[in-house]
Ligand binder design. Structure first.
Ligand code: SAH
Ligand code: CA
Length: 246
């Protein structure tokens, strides 16, 4: 996988490899590995969308510790994070998964089926905000979710946050992915292009710069939000856990 961009925050790249090889790959479920490989082969530059293997294990551990049963994922892509969480949940769990892109999901679906966890998953093809608003129409969903994983449009996380807090139970957790945005939150905006070009040899698309700004605003906002406990975790390129307090 040498030609993909690494988002790792670790300054010593060998450490990332060490973690993957020593603790993560040996424990990666067979179908997760297959899904990761299918994504790598079929998704070109987009393959870097999937969470890394150690982050999948972190989310799985968290769900088990929480005894989560009802979860929601916003931004599914080929389903690596979805399958990682589905495998961690009990048989009677229910996962609602929302993404605009059905085609990407269909790449991962055969592995989710093969892993025997497809019955836990309801995939909704929808824009995230309308999907969340639809869920809020049903009062059975209010305060009903134990855990939400957010990984769709970074410029909309702030809007998702307000909707998700209504869906989460008190004590439930929402995890925002990529909250250190390829480690660029500490790079000056003028230097982001150079920073990324040096790592990827490619131009930086507009969405990338917009996402960085949105993530930086979100991080400041979450730190000031009294409704939640927060923990910024330095795995992948940052995951912020928020626990609903009231
Ligand atoms: N969580 C996945 C990766 C998600 S990549 C994993 O780790 O394996 C981001 C996904 O968000 C893409 O599949 C994209 O289609 C979806 N997305 C982006 N904007 C969206 C929007 N406005 N509504 C719904 N999905 C969106
Ligand atoms: Ca992500």
């Amino acid at each position: 996988m040498a030609d993909t961009v690494s988002k790792t925050l670790l300054c010593n790249i060998d450490l990332q490899q060490y973690i993957f090889e020593t603790s993560a790959y040996p424990r990666e479920h067979k179908q997760l590995k297959e899904l990761r490989e299918a994504t790598f082969e079929q998704c070109g530059d987009l393959r870097e969308f999937s969470i890394p293997v150690d982050e999948g294990m972190f989310l799985a551990m968290l769900l088990k510790l929480m005894n989560a049963k009802r979860t929601l994922e916003i931004g599914v892509f080929t389903g690596y994070s979805l399958l990682a969480t589905a495998l961690a949940l009990p048989d009677d769990a229910q996962i609602t998964a929302i993404d605009v892109d059905l085609q990407a999901y269909e790449i991962g679906l055969p592995f989710i089926q093969k892993a025997g966890v497809a019955e836990k998953v309801s995939f909704i093809q929808s824009d995230a905000i309308s999907g969340l608003e639809n869920l809020l129409q049903d009062e059975n969903n209010i305060g009903a979710f134990d855990f939400v994983f957010v990984d769709a449009d970074k410029t909309k996380y702030r809007i998702y946050h307000e909707l998700i807090l209504k869906l989460l139970r008190v004590g439930g957790v929402v995890a925002y992915d990529n909250t250190l945005w390829y480690a660029t939150v500490v790079v000056e905006e003028e230097s982001v292009h150079d920073f990324l070009r040096s790592r990827t040899k490619k131009e930086v698309p507009k969405y990338f710069v917009d996402s960085r700004a949105a993530i930086m605003n979100l991080n400041r906002f979450l730190a000031s939000d009294p409704r939640i406990d927060i923990s910024q975790v330095s795995i992948g390129d940052g995951v912020t856990l928020c626990r609903r307090l009231y």
